[in-house]
Design a protein around this ligand. Structure first.
Ligand code: KIV
Ligand code: ZN
Length: 515
């Protein structure tokens, strides 16, 4: 019989733990809403005790996002579990995910506990979590390097203590698919409580050796019923198993896996873009399923085949992940109402203020471009709607540059109702713009990353710039889009600076301890 595999999304917890991918509470909420549209089974919304910001985001998600179960991570400690419960208790079906390490190296070096102490603490804390929350998941951290006999003991004991889901993590991405599949099979065989209590066996695999998706699929073959994964595979170090790859493997090779998920795959592309835009973690062009080249057929022989019959070289249809042809959709005579309808058709439900901002930006773009495509509209939404309050806004940027000129930028910003101006020179025009902005905002963060992408074809395309700046070990991301790439560069830099300033305000209010 076809099995339904649960998709447990940890983009907002493990995904957000990757360097530079920090999200503020509003952005987390936006992603959670999109994950609900994607129809994931569980959203791990954060690690409640890690920071006040994380706690607030989990609570807001639990209070407002309908559909998926909302979960918080908690170490196997009373104070963590209490904090997790305080954050998730507002939703219809809350879950607490508690964990403690079981590998010899983690127990000895990190926890400084004996296996007996770890077993006792795991059992006590699962019981405690169950006394608060009706649904509890337990993870023996670093299971991939744990002694299997000890693992069987721990898994059996936490099920007896009330855990309904037991997640087996390969925390450091060490195992190969053959070993990991065998481990899952052995756990199911050697722990009778799993069958007796219909316990859900879950897996959570990191991608250090590029095997996260392969190991997750091997685990499904061996009997796992839940996969923990993230959008675009973001996560600690080399990341986690990528949700879209796991899901599309199961869909495309249903003949082999005989499994399905509840995921609305048509929301995959949009979710991938949103996560990439908000975290600043770019998707590599050749990334499976959601990369820009995933459905591009350059070679003549491929194009010929695809034109005759798509299936010659295409095993998935772009429509399956919600990727439509980038249609020219609107021009400058399109009104607010038409734009609102178009956004609705594309799945964006904008409130009055957001629509007005998007409309004003659309008029600017339409004035320069004549024809505005769906991809352009996506950028407008990402740039204009999902932003933190703007301390500074770009008003004007003028550049003088060329083979014989020292690049010079004149920048005018608005700040608290006032116009402020600066002129700066630099090694190149972007450098000059950034120096002028730094002078005006008095923010001296270092630029760690700058990238530019053309959104649609043609020389009048919108250029999208993404920058990452660093201030005191914290990374802030900014995006900017414009037909003029120097203006886009200035907007991106200023957006990152606005986020840095906003994070400082949030911190002083005591709402964001971990960025
Ligand atoms: O990688 C890991 O082991 C984790 C656990 C907390 C599940 O993220
Ligand atoms: Zn992890």
């Amino acid at each position: 019989m076809t099995r339904t595999i649960k998709i447990f999304d940890t983009t907002l917890r493990d995904g957000e733990q990757c360097p530079g991918a920090s999200l503020n509470p509003e952005e987390k909420l936006e992603i959670a809403r999109q994950l609900a549209k994607l129809n994931v089974d569980v959203i791990e919304a954060g690690f409640a005790i890690a920071s006040q910001g994380d706690f607030n985001a989990i609570k807001a998600i639990a209070q407002t996002v309908k559909g998926p179960q909302i979960c918080s991570l908690a170490r196997a400690k009373k104070e963590d579990i209490e904090r997790a419960w305080e954050a998730v208790k507002y939703c219809e079906r809350p879950r607490i995910h508690t964990f403690i390490a079981t590998s010899p190296i983690h127990m000895e070096k990190k926890l400084r506990m004996t296996p007996e102490q770890v077993l006792k603490q795991a059992v006590e804390m699962v019981k405690y979590a169950r006394s608060l929350c009706p649904d509890v998941e337990f993870s023996p951290e670093d299971a991939g390097r744990s002694d299997p006999e000890f693992l069987y003991k721990v898994v059996g004991a936490v099920i007896d203590a009330g855990a309904q889901t037991v997640n087996i993590p390969d925390t450091v991405g060490y195992t190969s698919p053959w070993e990991f599949g065998q481990l899952i099979e052995n756990i199911i065989k050697n722990v009778p409580q799993i069958k007796k209590n219909s316990t859900v066996i879950s897996v959570h695999v990191h991608n250090d050796l590029g095997l996260a998706v392969a190991n997750s699929l091997a685990a499904i073959k061996a009997g796992a019923d839940q996969i923990e994964c993230t959008i675009n595979g973001i996560g600690e170090r080399a990341g986690n198993a990528s949700l879209e790859e796991v899901v599309m493997n199961l869909k495309t090779r249903k003949d082999f896996f005989d499994c399905e998920t509840r995921i609305n795959t048509k929301e995959i592309y949009k979710t991938s873009r949103l996560v990439s835009n908000l975290t600043g973690m770019m998707v590599q062009p050749n990334k499976a399923v959601v990369g820009a080249n995933a459905f591009a057929h350059e070679a003549g022989i491929h194009q010929h085949g695809v034109l005759r019959a798509r299936e010659t070289y295409e095993i998935m249809h772009p429509n399956d992940i919600g990727l439509t042809e980038s249609k020219i959709v609107m021009g400058k005579h399109s009104g607010r109402h038409a734009l609102q309808k178009k956004f609705k058709d594309m799945g964006y439900d904008l409130d009055k203020d957001a629509l007005e901002k998007a409309y004003q930006r659309f008029l600017e773009v339409a004035d320069k471009k004549k024809e505005v495509s769906e991809r352009d509209l996506e950028i407008i939404v990402a740039e204009e709607v999902y932003v933190v309050p703007e301390e500074y806004c770009v008003e004007k940027i003028a550049i003088k540059s060329g083979t014989h000129d020292r690049p010079t930028a004149k920048v005018q910003l608005s700040h608290k109702g006032k116009k402020i101006k600066a002129v700066a020179t630099g090694a190149g025009p972007v450098d000059a713009v950034y120096k002028a902005i730094a002078e005006l905002t008095k923010v001296k963060a270092s630029l760690v990353d700058y990238s530019i992408q053309a959104i649609t074809g043609g020389t009048d395309a919108l250029g999208e710039v993404t920058v990452r700046i660093k201030d005191k070990d914290k990374i802030y991301v900014g995006h900017g889009a414009d037909t003029d790439i120097l203006v886009a560069s200035g907007k991106a830099y200023l957006a990152a600076i606005n986020r840095l300033i906003y994070a400082g305000i949030e911190r002083s209010r005591g709402t964001t301890a971990r960025q």
